[in-house]
Design a protein around this ligand. Structure first.
Ligand code: GLU
Ligand code: ZN
Length: 277
């Protein structure tokens, strides 16, 4: 049975892009007699707000989307995240990174690194080269640090991996596609990549549908799944819908929220039709 999910972050009200993604995932489940689940991705407690979580429920209900009652709330899952971080550390695939954001940015502009797909240059790997004694000393001194995935060490354990996308087909994992990503942040003991990978497994998701902007992340998630011996789902990275000016919907682009659309008298059935559902 196919199990899909929608996993928004409550950092603002939902817009059309979210509506498309949620309708896409719930229709996939409905069309195949499967289940549709919801997950609230609220690890970043400084940016997430309870009122936005309430807004998510309200907007999805208004759209006519129904989800199974066991909603996973990521901020309840820090124990599970910590366990996996410890496991990965024991495997030798994580290293502490003491760099400040400023230092990382300066290094990247010195090196003239071209931004890759996600718009952010990869991390230089500076702290990968720190000796183990210095590492221990700095940690003992309480130097703030994140934990990064040593992607080549990870790859030497996993070997060649593949993943299957319903649109793009069979894809070979490029373990260094995003560089040595952060697995556990300085301020929060997890990261998007770790939490999403663990929680899709926890919720038994068999088909992960989401926008094509997250396709590169899937390479990292596939590596983590292999290291943590998690089940391997399929993916469906859908196209990103654009507004009238050809821009992606986003808070930054000032896209109308679903609430604003609703308040202006738009009916959910009109919106569904416009989005092709
Ligand atoms: N929480 C992520 C977002 O709102 C989506 C995560 C995912 O679908 O994998 O962009
Ligand atoms: Zn560093």
């Amino acid at each position: 049975m196919v199990i899909t999910r929608f996993a928004p972050s409550p950092t603002g009200r939902l817009h059309m892009g979210h509506a498309y993604s949620a309708l896409f995932a719930s229709s996939l489940a409905a069309d195949e007699g499967g289940k549709f689940l919801l997950r609230i991705e609220d690890i970043d407690t400084s940016r997430c707000r309870e009122e936005y979580t309430e807004g998510i429920y309200e907007d999805l209900e208004w759209l006519g989307i129904r989800w199974k009652s066991d909603v996973l709330i990521q901020s309840n899952r820090f124990d599970a995240y910590r366990k996996s971080i410890n496991l990965l550390r024991e495997m030798g695939v994580l290293y502490p990174c003491f760099c400040s954001r400023k230092k990382i940015e300066a290094e990247q502009s010195d090196a003239g690194l071209a931004p890759h797909g996600s718009g952010l240059p990869k991390y230089s790997g500076h702290c990968r080269k720190i000796g183990s004694k210095t590492r221990r000393d700095r940690i003992a001194q309480g130097d703030p640090h994140s934990w990064r995935l040593d992607c080549s060490a990870a790859f030497s354990i996993t070997g060649k991996l593949m993943w299957f996308d319903r649109l793009a087909g069979e894809i070979i994992v490029d373990p260094s596609i995003l560089g040595d990503v952060i697995i556990s942040r300085k301020d929060i003991a997890t990261s998007y990549h770790l939490a999403v990978t663990l929680d899709d497994a926890e919720q038994g998701v068999t088909l992960i549908s989401r926008g094509q902007d997250l396709m590169e992340s899937t390479h990292v998630h596939r590596l983590l799944q292999c290291l943590l011996q998690l089940p391997v789902p399929h993916w469906y990275h859908h196209e990103l819908i654009k507004d009238e000016e050809g821009r992606r919907f986003s808070k930054r682009a000032g896209s109308l929220t679903l609430k604003e659309m609703r308040d202006s008298g738009i009916r959910p059935e009109d919106l569904r039709k416009e989005l092709g559902f």
